[in-house]
Design a protein around this ligand. Structure first.
Ligand code: HMG
Ligand code: MG
Length: 306
């Protein structure tokens, strides 16, 4: 197999949104803003800040408007926010969002549980949103969830994923992020996924969004890096979980991804020492160890030498 591993990888930090959306204790907006600042200080160039979803469905994101209004957006840093419908899109726009993410699923049951409509209905809903985004100079990222398995339907074929990914691309999404929402994938399945989806969406416009429920995420990332994938979603301290995906645990930890890529000589623009400041802040607030072996070791070493 041809090794297409890129020399530079863009990491999309999803900790403040995907990472925190499932936390039982409400995280104050000041802590979320501080986390975003620290992530920007560490060199993250794309930080998914929040989501404009129903507060009845996801109470943790109820402060989205306050957060976006108070966020000091820096030049050259993108702060996409999730918007499931026109209501969320308009509120996000008014709050100052310059980039949004729409999210569809490759599984009908997951689509119903997550956004209360079918895949087809969700795609129809996105059309006017993308039109409005274009009119307002807003970039739109697209997600497909359940790309390697669904909590309700089990296995999902790569062909199903490719159909939804292609439709999102055709609508005008600049990048399609493939979500292994419940983390059931493995390197072979991840390769088969990229093989199929890249027939419809150029590999440079694909991102991977792997949850680490079964500890496979970093192996899956390596498998797809070798196929030319150069955009990786991850969450600081391995935060995360999805309220509508039973058993889904954290996203792959940003620290683990940066450590692996750095070791392989692949540039990310992220300073691991500075990233650990963000790791430590949020882990201290949540009162638990980071869900990242890299962060645990490096933080222990840091405190040992003091
Ligand atoms: P619905 O109940 O069908 O919506 O929910 P509705 O249009 O019938 O409206 C019901 C109520 O919600 C109304 O308020 C609306 O105003 C309000 P009421 O009259 O009852 O007071 N409403 C809203 N409020 C705030 N923001 C909005 C909004 N829209 C309607 N945007 C809806 C449909 C899509 C809103 C709901 O299902 C929802 O919010 N779902 C989001 C669930 C979510 O955030 N899931 C997690 C993110 S996806 C994910 O994690 C996967 C991903 O990480 C990738 C991966 O890992 O695979 C992206
Ligand atoms: Mg996710």
């Amino acid at each position: 197999m041809l090794n297409l591993t890129p020399q530079h990888v863009k990491i999309v930090e999803v900790g403040p949104r995907d990472g925190l959306q499932n936390e039982a204790t409400l995280v104050p907006v000041e802590i979320k803003l501080r986390l975003i600042e620290l992530l920007a200080d560490a060199g993250l160039s794309t930080i998914e800040a929040t989501s404009f979803v129903s507060p009845k469905w996801v109470p943790q994101m109820a402060d989205a408007q306050v957060l976006m209004k108070q966020l000091k957006q820096r030049n050259n840093i993108h702060y996409p926010v999730l918007t499931p419908n026109m209501n969320g899109f308009e509120t996000a726009l008014n709050a100052g969002a310059k980039e949004v993410a729409i999210f569809a699923a490759a599984s009908e049951s997951f689509s119903q549980r997550n956004i209360n409509c079918s895949i087809e209905e969700s795609l129809e809903r996105f059309v006017p949103m993308i039109d409005a985004a274009k009119a307002n100079n807003i970039r739109v990222r697209g997600y497909v969830s359940c790309v390697m398995g669904c909590p309700y339907e089990g296995d999902i074929s790569p062909e199903k994923v490719a159909i939804v990914a292609y439709q999102l691309l055709q609508m005008g999404c600049y990048e399609i992020s493939l979500g292994d929402t419940i983390g059931t994938g493995n390197p072979k399945a991840a390769r088969a996924l990229i093989h199929e989806v890249s027939k419809q969406v150029p590999v440079v416009q694909l991102a991977v969004h792997f949850h680490d429920t079964y500890g496979q995420a970093i192996a899956n990332i390596l498998a797809v890096l070798e196929m030319g994938i150069s955009v990786i979603d991850s969450a600081v301290a391995g935060l995360g979980g999805c309220p509508y995906a039973k058993g889904a645990s954290g996203n792959v930890a940003t620290e683990d991804v940066v450590y692996m890529l750095k070791g392989m000589g692949i540039d990310t623009g992220i300073d691991l020492d500075n990233l650990l400041i963000a790791t430590e802040m949020i882990s201290t607030f949540l009162n638990r160890k980071p869900n990242s072996k890299v962060a645990q070791v490096l933080l222990a070493n840091k405190h040992d030498t003091k």
